[in-house]
Write a new protein. Structure first.
Length: 451
């Protein structure tokens, strides 16, 4: 670590940490447009390659199998080697895999290409969490994660008409080639502009380093350096053991809630276009435009609740209302709102309830990520890797189960009921076991009891 005192003093802090957040925002936009593009291409692909409904579900879900392997390992690698090199390799590999999807000639090759994209993209969110944990103080992490993660629904909102238009213009193969080129363009920017720690960056002055290292509210005179958050044990090991990562009640409840979040997300990301095409007989281009409103609403809600979570933490000095209640409340709304869709034959009503359910399910996204940093700041990327492993399993199950339901029953009804049941299970477990105030290591708002 360089000597901070050797830096030239500055009267005002720089804000380069938000440039880092912007870089993360940009790659998440690219990431989700890439991974969701097949949802719009699967119809033309199926016709050209002779893929059945059940096979479509497997192709859509294969991403989750590859993703599960590397998102878990990715968290360990980020904690060990840093986000800079891990994300650079990740993006380089997914450029190859997304471009290669345009070359497939049959079901098996489509399956392999989709799994390869999952393998390549797996380290993305552990990398984001590791970068934010080093570049942002605890009082700004919720806002930073909320701002970064807003890219998920925003990318799906803007990506829907972009991808569907590219398919109409260039065909599904040409669309994948264009996405590969766009993904590659981010790579040199990341390598030049990002360093694993802010003190390694020439764009950060001493005043900004002090801001990054402060805990709690800016007015708190007792705030201590960020390095004090995760003290090392006497033998030099980190405070958070593997046992704690796999047994802590708050982390376990958070993992399950994020699995449910992932099931909702992958259901809508992979099957919303198919649902609109099959039930309401919309064209591919029309589906792209009708998909904009639900994802745009989710982006607004996610961004707003990310800021709300941090503001609530500042006011209450308690993590449970700022994180746990936010998660439980949003998933409860999502579970209730999705049920009427199963009974609706109106495109307008279906889109209204889908928009409510989708926006609510995504609303607490930043809270899931923040909990990993709150409870295990020294192993936040590893904790995120475990959480994202469950998310990846949801990424396989949601499209695969839905494909089986639609193929065997010719209806989406049972798929909607399953979403509601999963949402309610998450609400119950979160209210019972999700108590980050009691379980956080060294957090300035942690207490010795659950509130």
């Amino acid at each position: 670590m360089s000597d901070i005192s050797s830096r030239a003093s500055a009267s005002a802090a720089t804000y380069y940490r938000w440039v880092v957040v912007a870089l993360l925002f940009a790659i998440i936009v690219i990431n989700y447009i890439d991974r969701s593009a097949i949802s719009y291409a699967i119809g033309p692909m199926a016709k050209e390659l002779g893929i059945t409904d059940s096979q479509q579900g497997l192709v859509l879900g294969a991403f989750g199998i590859g993703y599960a392997l590397t998102t878990f390992i990715g968290g360990i690698l980020v904690d060990r080697f840093g986000a800079r090199i891990v994300l650079a390799i990740s993006v380089a590999l997914w450029v190859v895999s997304i471009g290669g999807t345009g070359l497939v000639q049959g079901f098996m090759l489509a399956l392999v290409a989709r799994a390869a994209l999952g393998l390549a993209e797996g380290p993305m969110f552990p990398g984001m969490t590791g970068a934010i944990s080093r570049w942002l103080s605890p009082r700004e992490r919720g806002k930073a994660m909320g701002s970064s993660l807003t890219a998920v629904p925003l990318s799906l909102a803007i990506g829907a008409p972009i991808v569907s238009s590219l398919i109409a213009w260039l065909g599904w193969r040409g669309m994948f080639y264009v996405l590969a080129v766009v993904s590659f363009m981010w790579l040199p920017l990341w390598w030049f502009m990002f360093r694993d720690r802010p003190e390694q960056s020439g764009f950060v002055n001493e005043a900004e380093l002090r801001e990054i290292r402060r805990l709690g509210d800016a007015s708190d005179a007792s705030a201590e350096p960020d390095d004090a958050v995760a003290p090392a044990s006497a033998d030099g090991a980190t405070s958070t053991s593997w046992h704690r990562l796999l047994t802590n009640p708050t982390l376990l409840a958070n993992y399950w809630a994020f699995f449910v979040f992932g099931y909702f997300l992958f259901f809508f990301m992979t099957w919303l276009p198919g649902y609109l095409e099959r039930v309401f007989h919309l064209s591919v281009s029309a589906v792209g435009w009708f998909s904009v409103v639900p994802w745009a609403a989710a982006a607004v809600v996610l961004f707003s609740l990310g800021h709300f979570s941090d503001n609530l933490l500042k006011r209450t000095h308690r993590l449970r209302p700022a994180r746990s209640h936010l998660i439980a409340g949003t998933q409860a709304i999502a579970a209730v709102a999705i049920i009427p869709v199963a009974f609706s034959s109106s495109l307008t009503l279906s889109l209204i309830f889908i928009t409510i359910a989708l926006a609510a399910s995504m609303g607490a996204n930043s809270a899931y990520y923040a909990v990993n940093v709150d409870v295990a700041p020294d192993r936040s990327a590893t904790a995120l890797g475990i959480m994202d492993f469950g998310f990846a399993i949801a990424g396989f199950l949601a499209p695969a189960i839905t494909g089986w339901v639609v193929g065997s029953q010719g209806s989406f009804d049972d798929a909607f009921f399953l979403l509601a049941a999963l949402g309610l299970s998450s609400v119950i477990l979160t209210l019972l076991f999700h108590r980050p105030d009691a379980h956080a290591i060294g957090h300035p708002y942690a207490t010795d009891h659950a509130n």
